[in-house]
Write a protein that binds this ligand. Sequence first.
Ligand SMILES: Cc1ncc(C[n+]2csc(CCOP(=O)(O)OP(=O)(O)O)c2C)c(N)n1
Ligand SMILES: [Mg+2]
Length: 695
Amino acid sequence: MNVSQQIEARAAASERNMADAIRFLAMDAVQKANSGHPGMPMGMADAVTVLFNRFIKIDPSLPDWPDRDRFVLSAGHGSMLIYAIHHLIGFADMPMAELSAFRQLGSKTAGHPEYGHALGIETTTGPLGQGIATAVGMAIAEQMMAARFSSSLCNHFTYVVAGDGCLQEGIGHEAIDLAGHLKLRKLIVLWDDNRISIDGSTDLSTSMDQLARFRAAGWDAQRVDGHDPEAVAKAIQRAHRTRKPSLIACRTRIGKGAASMEGSHKTHGAALGDKEIAATREKLAWPHPPFFVPPEIKSAWQRVAVRGRMAREAWETRLDASRSKRRYEQTVGRQLGDDLAPLLAKFRAAHRKRASKVATRQASQMTLEVINGATALTVGGSADLTGSNLTMTSQTQPIGPGNFKGRYLHYGIREHGMAAAMNGIALHGGFIPYGGTFLAFSDYARGAIRLSALMGLPVIYVLTHDSIGLGEDGPTHQPVEHLAMLRATPNLNVFRPADIIETAECWEIALGEKKTPSVLALSRQALPMLRQTDGDENLSARGAYVLREARGARDVTLLATGSEVEIAVAAAERLQAEESIEAAVVSMPCWEKFEVQDVSYQRQVLGDAPRIAVEAAGRLGWDRWMGPDGAFVGMVGFGASAPAGDLYRHFGITADHIIAEALRLVRKEFRDARPIGTGTTMRAGEAVIASSREV
Ligand SMILES: Cc1ncc(C[n+]2csc(CCOP(=O)(O)OP(=O)(O)O)c2C)c(N)n1
Ligand SMILES: [Mg+2]
């Protein structure tokens, strides 16, 4: 053996011990919890040890240092892999006690890695495919930061460990395609190519030539023996050099090292059992008790942290010497600047005076023109509906392969990929992403929207064509149940502004959120300016407010959102003029904001009179605001294809209908009448059948 071979052999021996430390921590933690997934951490321990030992740049003493490499465990079920490593390299919140409390209430070691729950977890994973798609957003943000500042301030890799599941999921495909197109050369995916998933061999469900697929999408793709450290290291070196994103297919055996179960799908998601673990201790010559790692192996791991700290300190020196330091820190700190609020107030005042009648999607674009002019933090995009979502402004030049100076992403027809990429951009830091599609297709983005909310990311979804008001495209495109689904999602603001003033207000609120994503549900059709009061106050910030008060005591209160507020106002005017009934109109652009107002404000807004809720969507959730004696005017089934005006009439979302309901609720002689047009009189099927016949 020559000297370099000797060094290599020593490194390999030490890396094998380092990898075995992961294996036993994973086996023992899962055994103690009697829950979890040992097979994946054991199978990928060798490859990931090489990645951390020789390449990765992270500093456990400052886990959110902006120029760190990002490590994404897309195969989140293998969470013990990342917890073991975090323990071994010395993250302050990951002492051995946390590993032995794996998956227990209050521990840092949640079942799947959760962003914000333990230090250094870059993104929440577990829903397969989300990690790889989120990582695409991180890699986009890295390139965008590097284009704005020099590579001396921003120069890091995004590493992903993905399993067969991540590559089978549809979202994975969207992400791979987008990353290849954009030539995200600093995105490196290590695929745990173990040919096993829960049901057994992947032969059961796929014949895909993954390397060919990745290459076809514009990636560099290599296959290595995932248990050969030198082969893995060489592949990572090549991945660093290539101008494309890289796939490294690591051929592995699930549960590698296990005495008798290595290679079996039975190691995927269950404790191996005391007997198997004892036999594995023998086989791997690991005489140590559970939850103990010999000091020499621990110190080998801790060299990773030392290397990371040195890199971070060198970066800090460069930042201190940089003329861009202030701008860099403002960007990373996502400081919007002081200009925005007065500019938006001016915008609202001008449009109040002008009584601008525009679709709220257009109002959104007009507001964005102000926002994007005042801050460089916003990054727009759309899933191929730019001209419909109106997400582009004069400031937003598109980014493209090799050109990351712009601030607009043509995400392609990839709603789920877009939403996950926006999560990644937000997680990376330095930007506030917003992206558009039709509200009905929020279903396609749902998995990632849920993670925006769970992670508490300031991502903004611009979801236009928000009701039957979109008209002729028909029920496939007309959302009915979507608002209820989004409102049911914890920590998600769902805004449905009624006019240009509310739209600008809702944008302002959304941008001010640090830990809550926002949905802006916007109309295709033009809506009149409804605000009647002067003043700068952002009334939407309270979630609901009295837009039109009754003269004297209220007989009835009309609650409405978005495009139906106009109809409620018209009904209130006519109730007064034709029936001498006094109706207040409450605009409710954001339930979530209203929910957290004090009770006295809520009471004052909702009033004591009977309430009628009006929304061109399903009823679910509205009963809470209507109270037991209220009525609902909205949709009871799917929509239909026709001009919007015809649909509103057909489905009874009209002032006439509101007036009839008001009479029923207010006048004794009408009290026994049946509710009109909704629920009891028109079932979903009837509505749809009727619509296709009559309209
Ligand atoms: C979206 C989603 N669907 C299903 C699951 C449940 N699930 C967890 S792991 C897994 C199998 C994954 O196979 P693979 O990625 O090959 O992991 P391995 O068994 O090799 O560890 C499944 C179906 C999930 N976590 N996410
Ligand atoms: Mg697998």
